[in-house]
Design a protein around this ligand. Structure first.
Ligand SMILES: Cc1ncc(COP(=O)(O)O)c(C=O)c1O
Length: 455
């Protein structure tokens, strides 16, 4: 989710800021309790957009939350004056704990998800003039990380059923400049990594997972963050484990992870990655601060508990919503377990008297159900035109390649369909009670019943 989407979501729910979660664990959600489910009673009432009463009237749990019990640890860092990674152990402690949580060999904490991607792309040797095959259905930071390396983000298509990279669309996009494939586990839904890795192996390409929305998501019994050469996570404020800003790279190769560490730490020697002179390699400063690490360390139990809650509610929603004509929950790769950073469904207006998706979104929001259309076709927004018209890109790629590249956006039919028909619910809705899930279902049924009037 982009920061602006998140800002809109926050203002649509509440204007209050960072919320204190006074009690530990799921007890913090009990304020939502005490409701007697009134199974679909208001389905026949007038839609809120036309002056009726909203189906859901009591708001939703706010995000993010902290617990009072976290405060002493944060205060200790403040009072120590040891705020940067080089002077304290919290960042290293977080790295070890996060790697263990994911079952990965190594983790490197970074300043953000974007900087994690920059580190991974550099270490996978994505250089100026290279191409990276990437999911178009993602937050724009994924595109930018490639562009900043002066490489071309070449878009694979999106599978409309899964909303993730269509593995069948990769091979035809490989050129002699392709260095890596960058699938995105969007909304915490794992990509089908086996066929993606198979095609990457066949063509000797690196694989970087964008797992920035996929903390604890699983594919074939293993956690996302273990399927590529390297994987990237974000701990930005809207994320399921937030620290304001923050990120991580995970991997199972000591060589690659030593290189990542060196690059994120201004090129300083790490492990076996060293030279004869101190400044033997390029690097930047993408380090995480102690404050970020200590806040993240407090949240492991909360993340695990809330992930279970989101899964339970999402499974219930999917089972109910797929029975509504015109509503299609995402299809997941077999044996995968998503974590639902957003809960997406595909909307077919023809089953709603032709009610346009945007009007449906307005009407659903009016019923007290915050929602958005997810990502749009961002490659038409101008950033890629700006990049390919820049001196550097023109010099690195011939005019013919850049023209064909620009035209190739029109081929992304699956992605276009997903962008035009998705309805996405924010993750905090999935932290509520079963009765609140019934409100979501009830609201959609209500809109269907009144779709002709709403249109
Ligand atoms: C899919 C995806 N990739 C990359 C990023 C970038 O992460 P950050 O905002 O921490 O830099 C995000 C964060 O929103 C994201 O959702």
């Amino acid at each position: 989710m982009s920061t602006s989407d998140f800002t809109k979501l926050k203002t649509s729910i509440t204007r209050r800021g960072f919320i204190r979660e006074a009690a530990a664990g799921s007890a913090a959600l009990t304020w939502l309790g005490g409701h007697t489910p009134n199974a679909f009673a208001s389905e026949t009432a007038k839609p809120a957009l036309l002056g009726g009463a909203p189906v859901h009237q009591r708001g939703w749990s706010e995000w993010p939350k902290w617990r009072e019990s976290w405060e002493p640890a944060v205060l200790r860092v403040l009072r120590s004056g040891k705020w940067f990674r080089g002077e304290g152990g919290h960042v290293a402690e977080f790295e070890a704990a996060y790697a263990k949580l994911l079952g990965a060999q190594r983790c490197l904490a970074t300043a953000s998800g974007t900087t994690a991607l920059l580190v991974a792309l550099h270490v996978m040797d994505v250089d100026a003039g290279d191409e990276v095959i990437v999911s178009p259905y993602t937050f724009v930071a994924t595109y930018n990380a490639i562009l900043i390396n002066k490489a071309l983000p070449v878009f694979a298509d999106t599978d409309p059923a899964t909303l993730t990279m269509d593995p069948k669309s990769i091979e035809s996009r490989i050129t002699d400049r392709t260095r890596a494939v960058l699938p995105v586990h969007i909304y915490g839904m794992p990509c089908d990594m086996d066929p993606i890795n198979a095609v990457a192996r066949k063509h000797k390409l690196g694989v970087i997972e964008d797992a920035c929305q996929a903390w604890l998501a699983e594919y074939r019994g293993r956690k996302c963050g273990n399927f590529g050469d390297l994987a990237c996570f974000s701990f930005q404020n809207s994320k399921h484990i937030p620290s304001g800003e923050g990120g991580a790279v995970t991997g199972n190769s000591d060589d690659l992870m030593d290189r990542c560490h060196a690059f994120h730490n201004v090129g300083r020697a790490t492990g076996n990655f060293r030279g004869e002179k101190p400044y033997f390699t390029r690097g930047s400063n993408y380090r995480m601060q102690q404050f970020q690490a200590v806040i993240l360390m407090q949240q492991f139990d909360k993340l695990v508990q809330e992930t279970a809650r989101r899964r339970e509610n999402a499974d219930y929603l999917s089972a109910q919503l797929k029975q509504i004509p015109g509503i299609q929950p995402a299809r997941l790769p077999e044996t995968s377990r998503p974590v639902w950073h957003l809960y997406p469904l595909r909307y077919d207006a023809t089953q709603f008297s032709g009610l346009a998706r945007d009007k449906f979104l307005k009407a659903l929001s009016a019923e007290g159900i915050p929602c958005s259309g997810g990502y749009h076709e961002q490659y038409f927004d101008g950033l890629l035109d700006e990049a390919i018209n820049s001196r550097g890109f023109k010099r690195l790629f011939g005019a013919e390649r850049l023209k064909a590249y620009r035209e190739s956006f029109q081929e992304l039919k699956g992605n276009r369909e997903v962008c035009a028909t998705t309805v996405a619910l924010p993750q905090n809705l999935l932290l509520a009670e079963r009765a609140d899930m019934d409100h979501i279902i009830e609201a959609i049924r209500k809109l269907q019943k009144h779709s002709a009037a709403l249109r």
